[in-house]
Design a binder for this molecule. Sequence first.
Ligand code: NDP
Length: 301
Amino acid sequence: MKYDVIIIGGGAAGLGAALYSARYNLKTLIIAKEFGGTGNIAHKVDNWIGEPGISGMDLMNKFTKHVDEYAVTRVESEVSKISKLSDNSFSVKADKTYHGKSIIYALGMKHRKLGILGEKEFVGRGVHYCYTCDGPLYPNKKIAVIGGGDAAGLGSLFLSEYGSQIYTVVRKPTMRAEPITQDQMLENKKIKIMLENEAVEFYGDKLLKGIKLKNGRKLEVDAVFIEIGHIPLSFLAKESNVKINSHGFILVDNTQKTNIKGFCAAGDITTRHTLKQFITSAAEGSVAAESIYNFIKNNKW
Ligand code: NDP
């Protein structure tokens, strides 16, 4: 059986692409290790229009349920290889090998690590990467958040509902979180924003006791949440000779096409939008589906 399109990745971009592909009557397969992807761990999404305050998990479940209303084959498995075949179609290796006339690659990104002393040693014992999962483990405790972006800002606000004191450790003189998030942080008495500070080591015994900072000072905390961005998961596309920029993001045109015929990419993994949000990802997924429809039905690339 050959699908018209195989979508790789089950976040907002992948599910958006699946919905539109199905509505274009394309024989659609979507494969993901976990449907919802990193969207599942957003504790509160205030910028998906029409659903203020919804949790990432609930929003992603709604996306998946919506896709399930259509004749889309959904497979939960990890893709290990994509190959271009001699007839210009593709094979995708996951729990088994699937064949498709085209690909929409929407694998997104994974958490970036700091790579400092003690980080590996204290993972799960004070060092964490998911504040919604592990934040509630620290009621009335001192907590640090490292990073200055949206994830660090929203994470600090979330953690202030549990911890007694939150330190947001930012390496630059300014944060890059949305201004509204920064305002909420400034108004929150539990949050202390520590600009121009860098963690160089995590210390403790069995459990984390604190952070050594670059300026020589120590910050005593019971937990630290690392929110310093993500690494694009473009390696499988790169193996298929898809062009990637120097930061690992897939180069696409404004219709989500890559340099490889029949291969589109959508969502956080692409160079299209610097604003990496549910709304931009879902939109890129829908545009990719339209490009694939034109490719399959009208031979237009
Ligand atoms: P960002 O890339 O936006 O920010 C990363 C932050 O970590 C920056 O402040 C950066 O500092 C800092 N940083 C990077 N490396 C280090 C390091 N080694 N040591 C110390 N600090 C470091 O990542 P986010 O995960 O916050 O956000 C990623 C994307 O996801 C963004 O586009 C964001 O808007 C989006 N997002 C959207 C949400 C939503 O829609 N509700 C929620 C969360 C994220 P510097 O500024 O110095 O580079």
